[in-house]
Design a protein around this ligand. Structure first.
Ligand code: FPP
Length: 222
């Protein structure tokens, strides 16, 4: 969800106003994904590197997250959406962590789209955590190193319950992955749009999906 800060700066507004409009865009995109039958929507809301931002911005972002969860619960329930989170959630400020856990619990039995918030997430931290738990199995004697495979590692990722993403949408024109789902994106189709996230709406999402359907995916074959 990149470009909230630039969107605000272009309008002479505080950065947090950009994030507020970013949260509104997330609502629209979530509803559109539901409508068109997306099974899993994962959004990068806060990276392990985002702690380097000024404390006021970090504080405001977690406040916004809490507000978003409270405000959107009825919509999540009405649309049968299951909310999940990936990342080092145990390191979040307690009130944000509790709001997340409570929303996950309230939506746990929903059977429609999974909305996955990547918070205090990075691909490298995820791999570090996964490798650590594999090492623990080896140390405990429940896994022999010679039996270890990439499928095994995959089962230790935060995302183990979902397939790899088909499509990655990056807003604001940046041509990089920024430590997002490094393992899972191996064969994902990339779509970069110059629009900043707060301006990314229903039609933009539909255009990205149309573009995806024009791609020829070979997964290394011919
Ligand atoms: C990236 O834009 C955006 C973020 C780091 C925060 C995204 C958060 C929200 C949309 C709202 C809160 C979260 C939820 C789930 C409701 P940027 O700040 O890096 O923009 P810039 O590159 O233009 O400065």
């Amino acid at each position: 969800m990149d470009g909230n800060g630039r969107w605000a700066a272009q309008r002479g507004l505080p950065r947090i106003t950009g994030h507020e409009n970013g949260a509104a865009a997330l609502r629209t995109v979530t509803e559109t994904c539901c409508e068109i039958g997306v099974g899993c929507l994962t959004v990068y809301a806060f990276s392990t590197e985002n702690w380097k931002r000024p404390p006021e911005e970090v504080h405001a972002l977690f406040g916004l997250l809490e507000h978003f969860l409270a405000a959107e619960l009825p919509t999540l329930l009405a649309n049968n959406i299951r909310l999940r989170a990936i990342g080092r959630i145990h390191e979040l400020p307690p009130t944000a962590r509790e709001a997340l856990h409570s929303t996950m619990e309230r939506t746990a039995s929903n059977t429609g789209m999974n909305l996955v918030l990547a918070i205090n997430y990075s691909g490298r931290a995820e791999l570090e955590d996964a490798v650590r738990s594999v090492c623990q199995e080896v140390a405990a004697g429940t896994l022999r190193p010679e039996d270890f495979t990439q499928d095994h590692l995959q089962r230790h990722l935060y995302t183990c319950e979902w397939p790899d993403p088909d499509l990655l949408i990056r807003t604001s024109g940046e041509m990089r992955l920024s430590n997002f789902l490094l393992w899972q994106l191996s064969y994902t189709e990339l779509y970069v749009t110059p629009k900043c996230w707060p301006d990314f709406g229903r039609e933009d999402l539909i255009e990205a999906v149309r573009d995806f359907h024009r791609r020829k995916r070979r997964f290394g074959g011919i």
